[in-house]
Design a protein around this ligand. Structure first.
Ligand SMILES: [Zn+2]
Length: 152
């Protein structure tokens, strides 16, 4: 995947939504099919782009599309929406992850929003996982502290 000239929204490129350190390290291709590219484009358009424009701070997702083998090596479930190109994990420099999750909850349409590995007394702890589906977004909001899930 070429690093430049494959923008799928104003601020995001297909390259940055498919690059994978795990894939590189293991010499595995991490290449989305047309269907997954379509979903990544929607994820950028309806989730990442509005977040980027609202906070006006550059960020790049820390996890995004994962081919099934890459997902397995990442230790993630086979049902992960990262495999479908529907989910990304991200943080924004200087913004607390609870504040980021709350803004998404209040302002965007999404499928699943998870504040992962977050400790309430450490605003920058963890990260935000957010997924988007073309239809039937569930608007499901969860906090995961590393052990238990609870709704928020
Ligand atoms: Zn995730």
């Amino acid at each position: 995947m070429k690093k430049t000239n494959n923008r799928i929204s104003e601020y995001f490129s297909l390259w940055e939504l498919t690059r994978s350190a795990i894939a590189l390290r293991h010499g595995i291709p991490n290449i989305p099919e047309a269907r997954e590219i379509e979903r990544l484009t929607q994820l950028a358009k309806y989730i990442l782009e509005p977040v980027r424009q609202n906070f006006a701070i550059p960020f790049s997702p820390s996890s995004r599309f994962r081919a099934p083998e890459v997902n397995r090596l990442a230790g993630s479930k086979p049902t992960s929406q990262h495999i479908l190109g529907q989910a990304a994990d991200f943080e924004i420099p200087t913004i607390g992850n609870r504040a980021l999750a709350d803004w998404i909850k209040d302002n965007l349409d999404f499928d699943q929003l998870i504040l992962e590995f977050h400790q309430p007394d450490a605003p920058k702890s963890g990260w935000v996982h957010c997924s988007y589906r073309a239809n039937d977004n569930r608007k499901h909001c969860l906090i995961f502290d590393g052990r238990n899930y609870k709704e928020f």
